[in-house]
Design a protein around this ligand. Structure first.
Ligand code: ACO
Length: 191
């Protein structure tokens, strides 16, 4: 996704980890003008993600990021667009207290890291960028994908999880979250 400003000035790294402060690297700290551009990038990507998932409204925006304790991993391609860079996509995660049904159908209370939103620009999908971003987040969090919960995953995302991480056996829930069998096998090891 292209913008009328320099993406490389906003985001120093190929993958930036953003939190409530919306600071994209050393350059944007204490620079309200750059932070306004970062907000524009997040808002545009959030809108495109909602459209791709046929959601009535975005679940990711700069103002939501500022009020919630979520983390957003943003992937750029610094060389494209005549060296100004493009925003390739984002992955948003956060901890949520959930009541889940285990393999025996018993309710348990857990607070796993959840994937809340995930989007790669339309023209760049199926080029491996999603996996690059997801793998970055797993390393950053030192976590296995089976130990995470997925908020209302789209058919494309379910296909992505099956292909890259062999996650296929989901355990039926009464809410919108999807977890896979290993979530319960590995729980004691994870805590
Ligand atoms: N149709 C079916 N499967 C797809 C598609 C598609 N159009 N696009 C990606 N995938 C899945 C497939 O398993 C594909 O493998 P294949 O090409 O061999 O079939 C695999 O993803 C490709 O992997 P990557 O290239 O690493 O993934 P990509 O960069 O496309 O990112 C993502 C995956 C984020 C799901 C992307 O396709 C996307 O943005 N989709 C639209 C928005 C969306 O559905 N986001 C998930 C929301 S749910 C949530 O966030 C909890």
């Amino acid at each position: 996704m292209e913008f009328p400003f320099d993406i490389n000035q906003l985001f120093s790294e190929r993958v930036s980890v953003l939190d409530q402060t919306l600071v994209g690297g050393r350059k944007s700290a204490g620079r309200p003008d750059l932070q306004a551009h970062i907000a524009t990038v997040i808002d545009e990507l959030g809108r495109a993600s909602a459209k791709a998932q046929h959601l009535p409204a975005p679940i990711t925006s700069a103002s939501k990021m500022q009020s919630q304790r979520h983390q957003l991993y943003l992937l750029k391609d610094g060389e494209s667009n005549g060296g100004r860079g493009v925003a390739v996509g984002f992955l948003k995660v956060g901890y949520k207290k959930l009541f889940l049904l285990d393999l025996q159908g018993v309710h348990i209370e857990v607070e796993p890291l959840c994937v809340l939103d995930f989007y790669i620009a339309e023209n760049l999908q199926r080029h491996g960028y999603g996996m690059e971003l997801f793998d970055f987040m797993l390393q950053h969090k030192n976590l296995e994908p089976v130990l995470m919960a997925y908020d209302r995953p789209s058919p494309k995302f379910l296909s992505f999880l099956a292909k890259h991480y062999c996650l296929t056996q989901s355990v039926p829930q009464v809410n919108n979250f999807v977890v896979f069998e290993g979530f319960f096998f590995n729980r004691s090891a994870a805590q």
